[in-house]
Design a protein around this ligand. Structure first.
Ligand code: FAD
Length: 326
């Protein structure tokens, strides 16, 4: 329906993820600028149970179908491709996460509508939504105006504070039905759990990140000791994860996690765009690198040119001394 802005509600095992609220806050602004209504799109059986915090939206469009129990991109795309033509929203904003990453392109291709990926923001200019998108792994940023509606936008994490979009009120609900097959070429097999006792690096305030400059797996212990002294956790760049020096849940970057800690200590990390994309929104970035021309120094607030194997143990000692003195 003309004038509707849709936000897809991303649920993770029955719990609405924070990015949904971030995108709802953005959707609210876009809907108001277009004098339209904001609709939260909730997919899955038992979807009704999760709407009580979606009060930022004017309405909830509910599609309850057993095939939507897990977020399989093909199945979600098929369901959305059936309901979008019925109501013709102006825009569908999809929280862009590892779960939904493939959904936007599949859906847009199925409907032959514009798809704008990796959006950092959407503003309304001359009555049309204009997205600020990142390209080439973050090297280029572009303002893009879709030439037709509906358009699908993949919205990156961090677009607005989640508290702005979390409103404890159930919006008006409208049930929509879809006709989905029982068999799909792609099937959900199961979730891979974090390793027992592992941390969620997206929720840590202090991250000590190690890159290839850490040189040997036994040296990761130096970073772990510093992280423990600072009350944080260790994460890493992709080469460190590929070599299994840290588990996959600790990878920062475009093919890992997007993190926003208060402090990000980058040890022996060059600062490739694929890594920077995952951490450059950290409040304070401190980099240690032997190469003064390493790109990490372009985004770091403080930098030390030197050997991390000498500097990190000294830092740990100073942090511990500082804590004892306090
Ligand atoms: C599709 C795609 C997706 C990708 N996704 C990711 C991703 O999610 N996350 C990610 O991190 N990468 C990702 N990459 C890889 C990325 O391009 C880089 O190759 C990677 O980030 C480099 O990791 P690094 O900085 O640890 O290693 P390097 O680039 O090798 O840098 C090592 C750094 O350590 C410094 N150093 C060496 N010894 C010391 C020492 N003793 N003390 C201090 N400094 C030292 C060096 O000067 C150097 O700057 C991706 C690549 C592709 C193509």
């Amino acid at each position: 329906m003309a004038g509707e802005i849709w936000v897809l509600v991303e649920q993770w095992r029955g719990r609405i993820s924070d990015i949904t609220y971030e995108v709802l806050a953005l959707g609210r602004e876009v809907a108001e600028a277009l004098a339209g209504s904001l609709q939260a799109v909730v997919l899955g059986p038992g979807a009704g149970e999760s709407i009580f915090s979606l009060g930022a939206a004017d309405g909830a469009l509910m599609v309850e179908h057993s095939a939507l129990a897990e977020p399989v991109p093909e199945v979600y795309a098929l369901a959305l491709a059936q309901i979008i033509p019925q109501r013709q929203p102006q825009a569908l904003l999809i929280p862009q996460t590892n779960v939904t990453m493939e959904l936007g392109p599949l859906l847009a291709a199925r409907l032959a509508v514009p798809f704008l990926n990796s959006c950092r923001d959407v503003q309304v200019t001359d009555g049309r939504p204009v997205a600020r998108c990142i390209l080439y792994g973050g090297k280029v940023e572009a303002s893009v105006t879709p030439q037709s509606a509906p358009a699908v936008f993949g919205i990156l994490p961090g677009v607005r504070p989640p508290e702005q979009g979390r409103v404890e009120r159930a919006p008006a609900v409208r049930a929509l039905s879809v006709d989905l097959p029982t068999e799909f070429p792609l099937r959900f097999r199961g979730y891979t759990e974090l390793e027992a006792g592992d941390v969620d690096i997206t929720r840590e305030n202090v991250l000590v990140a190690v890159g290839r400059g850490i040189q040997r797996p036994e040296n990761v212990a130096l970073a772990e000791e510093l992280a423990a002294a600072l009350g944080g956790a260790v994460c890493g760049s992709r080469p460190v994860i590929d070599q299994r020096w840290l588990p996959p849940s600790r990878q920062v970057g475009t093919s890992g996690m997007i993190v926003k800690p208060q402090l990000y200590l980058a040890l022996g990390i060059s600062g490739a765009p694929e890594h920077a994309q995952g951490m450059k929104e950290a409040a304070l970035i401190v980099a240690i690198n032997t190469d003064p021309r390493a790109p990490i120094f372009d985004i770091a607030h403080y930098g030390v040119v030197g050997d991390l194997l000498e500097i990190v143990p000294a830092m740990t000692t100073r942090v511990k001394q500082g804590k004892q003195a306090a």
